[in-house]
Design a binder for this molecule. Structure first.
Ligand SMILES: [Zn+2]
Length: 420
């Protein structure tokens, strides 16, 4: 394939009606420019957010899947950059005055975007040319990057083959360049494009990976595939008839590898096993936990049955009360049910401190003269809580258990002198 390629503005044919280099935003002219002296020419406000217009800008406005640049205009932080009807609005943390200013780019953020964005061009080009998978969308988010491919599914083997093809082209250190051409030139060039945005006018920007790809794009890119360092394809998922492929490039590969290493080290210490044994050891411990849980539930059931019996005997025609310093509501419910099944005239007030706060339960024997809802509501009120009940059990959350004994004494009186 033969592409037009101009090494410098001086070599560009005049008849192409290309806007002069100086008309282009500085971020487009030189994506490596990190500082610039410029002038604030106007300020404005949109939805309570102040913005500045500059005589020249190194800040890329959000677009084409690439997030906005951040940085500083003087001492004021640039928190967002948006293009609106030809002007570039720099949204700021603090207002600035019109006049000369120094611009500084958040270079870590921008270079990360340049790496991810350029990697997307390379991945999409190879996926289309070597495997026939066309890219239908691209997401550059804070975590993982992804592209959507028009293929129903991807096997791990296919992902591995694409990753290997990408690595070959990273090692080849292919130059990545950008230039503007007249829209008519698109007809004669082999350009991979999903079409120009609606209402586009003027020149078209092309980004080329030498020998591999020629694409319409307004974003910022690294100068060589070597600057991608490495591209790691992670996993894919089928969606809307296509496949979403997750990946990372450059600094993000190193960052993620570092994070994962830290995570594995934590697990290694927690579990006390070597990396290779972690899955088996953790699976074993989970199975053991499940078995212990089953045993604990069985023993709790046995305990609740005995406690219910003992409380029924203790209550007789009166009230028995117990506080459990640490118990799940389910244990109190089991004890309450066992009590209700065994007791005749008596009542039981059970309270517990649980992980979710204090809990209370009132259980009545089959022939207890108390009205469940009236007695339960009064207990709930004394315990600064609320609850509900039916049959022989009233239960709920307690705001405080301080008046627990008072509640038990009140129940005792109510049981012995039922209202006529
Ligand atoms: Zn691009």
């Amino acid at each position: 394939m033969q592409y037009l390629h101009f090494k410098s503005a001086a070599l560009r044919p005049a008849r192409e009606k290309i806007s002069s280099m100086m008309d282009l935003p500085a971020y487009e002219r030189d994506p490596y420019l990190q500082q610039l002296s410029a002038e604030v020419i106007a300020t404005g406000e949109l939805d309570g957010r102040g913005y500045a217009l500059l005589s020249a800008s190194i800040f890329y406005p959000e677009g084409g899947g690439q997030p906005a640049d951040h940085g500083w205009i003087g001492d004021s932080e640039v928190v967002d950059v948006q293009k609106h009807e030809g002007e570039i609005r720099h949204f700021l943390s603090e207002t600035v005055e019109p006049g000369p200013v120094q611009l500084r780019l958040d270079w870590r953020r921008r270079y990360d975007h340049m790496q991810q964005h350029s990697a997307q061009h390379l991945i999409s080009a190879l996926a289309a040319d070597r495997f026939g998978w066309k890219t239908t969308s691209f997401h550059l988010s804070e975590g993982l990057c992804d592209i959507e491919l028009d293929v129903a599914s991807l096997e791990p083997r296919q992902i591995g083959e694409l990753e290997e093809a990408i690595a070959v082209e990273v090692r080849a250190a292919r130059p990545i360049t950008a230039r503007r051409v007249a829209p008519e030139a698109l007809k004669t060039l082999s350009v991979r494009t999903r079409g120009l945005p609606a209402g586009h006018s003027g020149t078209v920007r092309l980004v080329e990976i030498e020998g591999l790809d020629l694409n319409t794009c307004a974003g910022t890119h690294v100068a060589s595939t070597a600057e991608l360092e490495s591209v790691k394809l992670l996993h894919s998922e089928s969606m809307r008839g296509g496949t979403r492929l997750y990946w990372l490039a450059g600094n993000r590969v190193r960052q993620r590898l570092g994070q994962r290493e830290g995570l594995i080290e934590t697990l290694r210490h927690l579990v006390g096993a070597a990396d290779a044994d972690l899955p088996e050891v953790i699976a074993g411990k989970l199975a053991q936990l499940k078995e212990e849980g089953r045993r604990a539930r069985y023993l709790e059931g046995q305990l609740a049955e005995r406690l219910g019996q003992a409380l029924a005997t203790e209550a007789g025609e009166g009230v028995a009360s117990r506080h459990f310093p640490a118990a799940r509501p389910s244990l109190l419910q089991q004890v309450g049910r066992a009590f209700a099944a065994q007791a005749r005239d008596g009542a039981a007030l059970l309270t517990a401190d649980t992980e979710g706060g204090a809990f209370f339960l009132l259980a009545l024997g089959a022939e207890c003269p108390l009205d469940l809802k009236a007695a339960g509501s009064h207990v709930a009120q004394l315990l600064a809580g609320r609850g509900g009940g039916s049959g022989s059990i009233f239960q709920g959350k307690a705001g405080s258990l301080e008046r627990r004994e008072e509640a038990a004494a009140w129940l005792q009186r109510a049981v012995s002198e039922p209202p006529r």
